[in-house]
Design a protein around this ligand. Structure first.
Ligand SMILES: Nc1ncnc2c1ncn2[C@@H]1O[C@H](COP(=O)(O)OP(=O)(O)OP(=O)(O)O)[C@@H](O)[C@H]1O
Ligand SMILES: [Mg+2]
Length: 429
């Protein structure tokens, strides 16, 4: 909060503004609402909504940054992220009393949105850097680690939502409107799921070929509950879907290639796409050896990776196949953003099934957004309480109560993540 005060200049006044906006809950929109609005797009209406909604969303997450452990808040990278949020909040609240009834105001708003989006481009990498700085300088205990995991999920989810709003406004009303397309902003009303899946596979395969000189084939099965020919279409944000599938294919390819090192033919990856009345389900199955059940809790932890650290000194190498430990947790956020989910089931010794669930109906695909309130504050202040179950480990062993916890993450993780290209897809959306 000290940094927030410094950056906000006219301290007490602007802090009051921050407190004021943080009292409001973000207003989640459904994909259907995004579409309906986009089809009858009125720039001023969008402006009037965003001039309040964006400061509300920013203020809600900024209040949480100020509840992070003090040590973490003072890491240089975290201070930098905080300063971006403060600056963007300050930029956006200047529009609160603007009526937006002339072109100048509306153009100025579009320019401000572009600047905000640009400023926050590397939030994911920079925050990850901050967490590593903290880990290296102070270490983590279980409570800190839980707070950080909780916070990162919320920070990144808030960021996805803010970027979605900005993208919609910019794509519909900004200077760089693309020639007529069936997309409404970043949403494709008839997104071809298998088309996106093939793109994601091709690009992951390209990386896999570079790294292993070979790659597993893909088999696709579709089931849309009706007669052939099958095309499964849904109303969705293709860049979000691409992000999720690209990360899953990279993981499966790596698992298959590492598990069958000497094999001439690698077992194919199987993708099954199903359309039901409620859900679109995508299953990515690999025979890459799977993961022991004791490690499944770690998979969605930020920075958990069993891959060797990507070589940051070699600038000629393209994006690595793995190594940052952000693929699964970020992909799950993209899936959950519109009320979907991502789960990973493994049969150790054989392979894994990653299940992606998305809402089939655009009216049910509502944004999931973090809300700052008393429960949030309590979480950061109290952390986790003591376990009220016996440990899975014998009292004669040296492990701690949570089995694979902070220590396990540290020992399985083989290196810190690199600043750039942390998530190939994150910059896309
Ligand atoms: N299909 C899979 N089969 C076996 N292990 C997997 C599979 N998917 C994920 N994992 C394990 O989970 C870990 C975390 O995956 P995650 O995608 O989050 O990070 P990563 O692949 O290591 O790095 P990146 O951030 O570059 O994706 C991996 O390092 C790997 O050990
Ligand atoms: Mg990965």
């Amino acid at each position: 909060m000290r940094l927030t005060r410094r950056l906000l200049g006219d301290v007490s006044k602007t802090l009051k503004v921050l407190d004021f906006f943080s009292q409001y809950n973000p207003s989640p929109l459904s994909i259907k609402q995004f579409i309906d609005f986009g089809q009858n797009a009125c720039e001023r209406k969008s402006f009037l909504f965003l001039r309040k909604e964006l400061p509300v969303r920013l203020a809600n997450i900024m209040k949480e940054i100020s509840l992070l452990p003090e040590n973490l808040q003072h890491m240089p990278s975290v201070e930098m992220v905080q300063s971006w949020y403060v600056q963007s909040f300050a930029d956006l609240v200047t529009f609160v009393k603007v009526e937006g009834d002339n072109e100048d105001d509306l153009n100025r708003f579009c320019e401000t949105l572009d600047r905000v989006k640009d400023r926050h481009r590397s939030v994911v990498e920079t925050m990850a850097q901050g967490v590593m700085e903290m880990r290296d300088s102070h270490g983590f205990d279980n409570t800190t680690e839980n707070s950080i995991q909780y916070f990162l999920d919320r920070l990144y989810m808030s960021r996805i939502g803010i970027r979605m709003l900005i993208n919609q406004h910019s794509l519909l009303f900004g200077k760089n409107i693309v020639s007529p397309s069936k997309h409404i902003g970043s949403i494709d009303p008839s997104c071809n799921v298998v088309g996106v899946l093939k793109d994601a596979y091709d690009n992951a395969r390209f990386l896999c070929d570079q790294y292993y000189m070979d790659s597993p084939d893909l088999e696709i099965n579709m089931n849309n509950g009706s007669t052939l020919p099958q095309v499964i279409e849904m109303c969705y944000v293709p860049s979000h879907l691409y992000h999720i599938l690209f990360e899953l294919f990279k993981n499966s390819m790596r698992a298959v290639m590492e598990c069958h090192v000497d094999a001439e033919n690698h077992p194919s990856i199987k993708a099954t796409v199903c359309l039901g009345t409620e859900d679109v389900t995508i299953k990515i199955s690999d025979a890459g050896g799977g993961i022991p059940r004791s490690r499944t809790d770690l998979l969605f932890q930020y920075l958990y990776s069993t891959a060797p650290r990507p070589d940051s000194s070699d600038v000629n190498v393209s994006a690595p196949l793995a190594g940052y430990g952000y693929g699964l947790p970020l992909s799950r956020l993209y899936a959950r953003y519109f009320q979907g989910d991502l789960q990973l089931y493994s049969s150790e010794g054989y392979g894994s099934d990653a299940m992606v669930y998305l809402k089939a109906l655009s009216s049910e695909a509502n944004e999931l957004l973090p809300v700052f309130n008393k429960t949030t504050t309590k979480f950061y202040k109290q952390g986790i309480t003591m376990s009220d179950w016996t440990s899975s480990q014998s009292v004669y062993s040296n492990g701690n109560a949570r089995g694979f916890s902070a220590q396990a993450v540290r020992s399985y993780r083989t290196g810190p993540c690199r600043q750039h290209c942390l998530t190939a897809g994150a910059a896309l959306v």
